[in-house]
Design a protein around this ligand. Structure first.
Ligand code: ZN
Ligand code: ZN
Length: 536
């Protein structure tokens, strides 16, 4: 969406024109000139109409109505101040906006919503109290409870802000209508979060299966957290990461749903206007801000925040074609990249190609390479939890061990628990597995060996920095071992893919070109085994 604040035009329905804009984040100065001023004036008008509130235990509810018009080119976020007096037990908000007819191919109106409390709207600040994107038309917050996506807690007096995110604005502009009801009375009991434990009953050093991108009703999923936990167990997973969009509210509910058999890690999917990223293994209750674009240069600060807490930064579905979903922040600060998101589609092919091309570059510079990940991004039935997931070699089933394994790329991506594989390179008396390095004399013969099961009629591909070097079909029962020989002088790395047959039943076309996609869907993909020449 173009966001040119050069000539803001606001014709909200406010009667008073005194902007009550408070200092906001410097990178958001445009908001002061546009959104904040409009919203502030609107709220002031209403405050004048309704009169100052006094604290009284049985005071009647107060309802404020905030309306305004956002033209094309409005800021990414518009903040509407709401004065919350003493004695408010609950804030309830509902909103709507117009959806005028637009020409075919032009985005219509689409507006997200959330709320910040009296601590303010600063980027990365403490005032965040919840976000429901475009999923809900109403929400409420009290001390003891809140709508999923929102954080229960004190309803302190002061200036709160409704945050609107008009991420698509029709050529006619967007007319919003927000209703805020302040309910007075004694506050509820203090909210007790139930965070999940950081370890489950593991099997020691072993391969553990986990889906690290899952949504619930705490963002735009329709599954309850208990349904996600049940789905993970049904899929044969050992761990999951909870990644609702732009909120930490679900962290507090996973405790009773984790167990000795299922590790649940808090996370978040940060949905910026320039792509989505996963923060995996966050400190429980920790919120990561999403209100920036690539050009704002705020992203590195939030990467540091996640790294400080020991978590991983993972760009998600980098080629997803939806508005604002394509990844524009680069990969330099990432710990891994999600190359496979949900059922296999062409954008996943693009992500694998980009990832692969970066492997050789990283190895040439002696830098660490970026591991690949695969996650379901499942929101609601019938999306399948665990399709795909990561199979990671970890010292135990704990937060730190699983994150270490993913960070090191000691992992492969599986379509489901029925796909099993083992991938090694042996030579010169040594052996290396997925994500490991083998340093050997340049011409020492190396045997690349993949043993796989669970992919009937599948095709095994071995790829190096030269591209596909070997292709072999599996028998009808989907099990087999494929061996191919190379040297460290010929290959800087080797990785494996297992593909299903194409829709017409044929295997892929290997090193050929044609009009259709060359391969059937991915069934399994490994991270590389790195081959280094021993220079001594
Ligand atoms: Zn996403
Ligand atoms: Zn997602």
């Amino acid at each position: 969406m173009p966001a040119d604040p050069a000539a803001p035009r606001h014709d909200g329905h406010e009667e008073h024109e005194e902007p009550a804009a408070r200092p906001a984040h410097p990178a958001r100065r445009d908001l002061l000139r546009t959104g904040l001023a409009t919203g502030a004036a609107t709220a002031l008008g209403l405050a004048a109409a309704t009169g100052p509130a006094a604290a009284a235990p049985n005071q009647a509810d107060q309802t404020l109505t905030l309306t305004g018009h956002l033209p094309t080119g409005s800021p990414d976020f518009v903040y509407l101040p709401v004065e919350v007096p003493d004695g408010v037990r609950e804030i309830a908000v509902s909103y709507s906006y117009d959806k005028p007819q637009v020409p075919a191919g032009t985005p219509g109106n689409s507006c997200d919503i959330g709320i910040f409390d009296e601590r303010g709207t600063d980027l990365g600040g403490d005032g965040f109290r919840g976000w429901s994107g475009g999923f809900r038309t109403e929400f409420a917050i009290a001390r003891d409870t809140a709508t999923p996506g929102y954080l229960p807690g004190p309803v302190n007096p002061g200036t709160w802000h409704i945050a609107l995110g008009p991420y698509q604005v029709a050529p006619q502009g967007l007319d919003y209508h927000v209703q805020v009801t302040l309910r007075f009375g004694a506050p509820g009991a203090e909210f007790t979060p139930h965070y999940p434990p950081e370890r489950a009953r593991g099997r020691g050093r072993d391969w553990y299966r986990g889906d690290c991108h899952l949504h619930t009703v705490h963002s735009d999923g329709r599954r309850l957290p208990e349904e996600v936990a049940a789905g993970a167990r049904a899929a044969g997973l050992d761990f999951i990461v909870s990644t609702d969009h732009n909120t930490s509210s679900s962290h507090a509910v996973w405790g009773p749903l984790a167990g000795p058999d299922l590790l649940i890690l808090p996370g978040e999917e940060i949905t910026t206007r320039n792509g989505h990223w996963l923060a995996l293994g966050l400190e429980a209750g920790r919120f990561v801000d999403w209100r920036y674009r690539s050009r704002d240069e705020e992203y590195p600060r939030f990467v540091r925040q996640v790294h400080r807490s020991g978590g991983l930064v993972v760009p998600a579905h980098p080629y997803c074609p939806y508005v604002a979903c394509q990844w524009k922040f680069g990969y330099e600060q990432a710990d891994a990249v999600e190359v496979w998101n949900g059922p296999w589609t062409y954008d996943d092919e693009s992500a694998v190609d980009t990832w692969d091309s970066r492997l050789a570059v990283a190895l040439r510079g002696g830098r660490s390479w970026l591991p690949a990940m695969g996650n379901s991004d499942a929101h609601s039935a019938p999306q399948v939890i665990g399709l795909p997931h990561n199979v990671v070699l970890a010292e135990d089933l704990t937060r730190d061990a699983v994150l270490d394994g993913l960070r090191a790329g000691r992992s492969w991506l599986a379509e489901s628990v029925t796909v099993r594989l083992d991938f090694t390179v042996t030579g010169n008396g040594r052996r290396a597995g997925i994500g490991e390095e083998l340093t050997v004399p340049a011409d020492a013969p190396l045997d690349v060996r993949l043993t796989v099961s669970g992919v009937p009629g599948g095709t095994v591909r071995f790829l190096t920095d030269e591209g596909q070097m070997h292709q072999e079909s599996l028998p009808a029962d989907g099990s087999g071992t494929v061996v191919w020989r190379t040297t460290a002088s010929l290959a800087a790395y080797v990785r494996a893919e297992v593909r299903h047959p194409k829709a017409d039943g044929t295997p892929g076309k290997g090193n050929s070109m044609g009009e259709d996609l060359p391969w059937g869907p991915m069934a399994a993909l490994t991270n590389p085994i790195v081959l280094r020449v021993d220079e001594r």
